[in-house]
Design a protein around this ligand. Structure first.
Ligand SMILES: Cc1cc2nc3c(=O)[nH]c(=O)nc-3n(C[C@H](O)[C@H](O)[C@H](O)COP(=O)(O)OP(=O)(O)OC[C@H]3O[C@@H](n4cnc5c(N)ncnc54)[C@H](O)[C@@H]3O)c2cc1C
Length: 469
């Protein structure tokens, strides 16, 4: 059996190892930390299920649901609760429900926007410019902020699109790639001459559902850490090497040689790198210097997640899933999730609120925990009027936690993957490349496992085939 070294034991690494085992190869996962799971970490305190990183996954992209089913955990899936849908945006000193009819973050209906207090009268008038402004026929990528501001004006960008973008990518709209985040928008301007009319056309064209729509998001009964535990349980203990940072990677005549922090050397026929991009660049610096240079250049944003548990009598009634924040509002937080409404099974009778801090260009991690928590409590008082002290509060820090897909990301990623074809049996997967969401990461892990397996089986059959000379 060929040994494949999987470097990095986050979701991508564990999912790749799981797939490799299914294919019949022998994976060994090398993880620098003492715990597996990377960003996917769940803590349990007093009946609360506290997510430290992601809290749910998109169902429309099926890879996580499929994996959960394969792991025998289908009964543990929890759908987004009806009381936890409908989000708001905090702007101009108050919460505004996100107008209905959005598609790709853009309004497709005029009246909800006209009635909403989210935009000023001037902002609404400027947004209507999208119907009449000439289309830009330029090819190629451009910053999402530039495209939206040009067509719909600064208010739609700042109060609608940027908060949504921050919620997903912690990104700066003026540097984020449209092609890597909302590629359809580039096409809509070219084909329809208007983002709103194009988004409306797509919405109308979408097939009418024959059954009631399923949930948009899901999580697990014991939190997302349950998936990590199940992946660990599905792999033999010998496949898992925690506290094993890989510091060097070299080519040998039969594959690759890894060096660990303590000097141990391990040979493998194939390698899957599921590290943050700069760490992958470090290991590839000699084997593929050009690819490594691109990997070093992927920027990251640092984030923090806070969790607060309040007594129900201390908090006003909360409607919907939470709110996003217009960055001009002057708050510290970028978003707040009402866990109690979305995922009541995690709240254990408390009112659990989860707030996010940090985005590209605004690193929150310079402050100590007490100051961060105080700043978030101040924001919760400003927005929701909560003055009481929570009975539990936690901060989870994610330095360099979110890769930034800046303009040109798709082309650079294609170039990195192209350059790595020179290294047979080596593949990349993970959040830095083709999607940051959990389903994207699992999809990339599956692809990497299949690609490496295919290369190794080709190499094996070439070795076995009789020589003709
Ligand atoms: C705060 C936050 C909230 C999020 N919310 C959501 C959400 O709700 N839904 C969603 O779908 N996605 C969400 N995401 C995104 C998603 O969680 C991540 O993109 C995904 O978990 C990344 O998985 P990964 O395996 O690619 O990387 P990681 O989880 O970063 O794993 C990489 C691993 O490599 C290890 N490593 C690094 N260097 C070495 C080395 N030299 N040797 C060995 N190991 C090494 C690290 O210790 C780490 O464990 C969120 C992310 C964050 C940070």
């Amino acid at each position: 059996m060929s040994r494949v070294a999987v470097i990095g034991g986050g979701l991508a690494g564990l999912a790749a190892a799981y797939r490799l085992r299914q294919i019949g190869l022998e994976p060994v996962v090398f993880e620098a930390g003492s715990d597996f799971g990377g960003k996917v970490q769940t803590e349990y305190i007093d009946g609360l299920v506290l997510e430290q990183g992601p809290d749910s996954f998109l169902v429309r992209k099926p890879e996580v649901v499929q994996l959960v089913r394969e792991l025998g955990l289908a009964d543990e899936l929890v759908a987004l609760q009806p009381g936890g849908s409908g989000s708001a945006i905090y702007a101009r000193g108050r919460l505004h429900p996100i107008p209905p009819g959005l598609m790709l973050g853009l309004p497709t209906e005029v009246w909800p926007i006209v009635r909403s207090g989210l935009l000023s009268p001037l902002g609404k008038l400027r947004a209507a410019g999208d119907f009449v402004l000439p289309r830009d026929r330029g090819e190629g990528d451009q910053p999402l902020g530039q495209l939206v501001a040009r067509r719909l004006g600064g208010q739609v960008l700042d109060r609608l699109v940027a908060p949504l973008l921050t919620g997903i990518y912690a990104g700066d709209p003026w540097s984020m790639s449209t092609e890597a985040t909302f590629p359809q928008l580039l096409e809509l301007e070219r084909s329809d001459g208007s983002l709103v009319l194009g988004a409306r056309r797509l919405r109308r064209k979408a097939p009418k559902p024959t059954a009631p729509p399923g949930p948009m998001f899901m999580t697990m009964r014991l939190g997302l850490g349950q998936i990590i535990e199940a992946l660990i349980a599905a792999l033999p203990a010998a496949c898992l090497r925690p506290q094993s940072a890989v510091t060097d990677l070299a080519l040998t005549s039969r594959g690759y040689r890894l060096t660990l922090g303590d000097g141990e050397e391990i040979d493998a026929s194939g390698v899957i790198l599921t590290l943050p991009a700069p760490a992958a660049g470090h290991l590839l610096r000699d084997l593929a210097p050009q690819a490594a240079a691109h990997l070093f250049a992927v920027p990251y944003a640092s984030l923090a997640v806070t969790q607060f548990a309040y007594r129900p009598e201390d908090v006003p009634s909360l409607k919907g899933s939470g709110f996003l924040v217009d960055r001009a509002a002057g708050l510290t937080i970028t978003a707040c999730t009402y866990v109690v409404n979305k995922w009541p099974h995690e709240s254990s009778g408390a009112v659990l609120l989860r707030c996010y801090l940090g985005r590209a260009g605004a690193d929150p991690l310079g402050s100590d925990d007490e100051s961060l928590l105080a700043a978030v409590r101040q924001d919760l008082e400003t927005v929701l009027g909560i003055r009481a002290q929570p009975w539990l509060q936690r901060v989870y820090r994610w330095p360099e936690g979110m890769p930034q897909y800046t303009v040109g990301h798709v082309a650079r990623t294609a170039e990195i993957f192209g350059l790595l074809r020179e290294l047979p049996g080596l593949a990349l997967a993970g959040a830095a490349y083709r999607g940051v969401g959990m389903p994207d990461v699992v999809r990339q892990a599956n692809q990497a496992a299949e690609e490496v397996a295919q290369t190794l089986s080709q190499a094996g059959s070439e070795e076995e085939s009789p020589r003709t000379n």
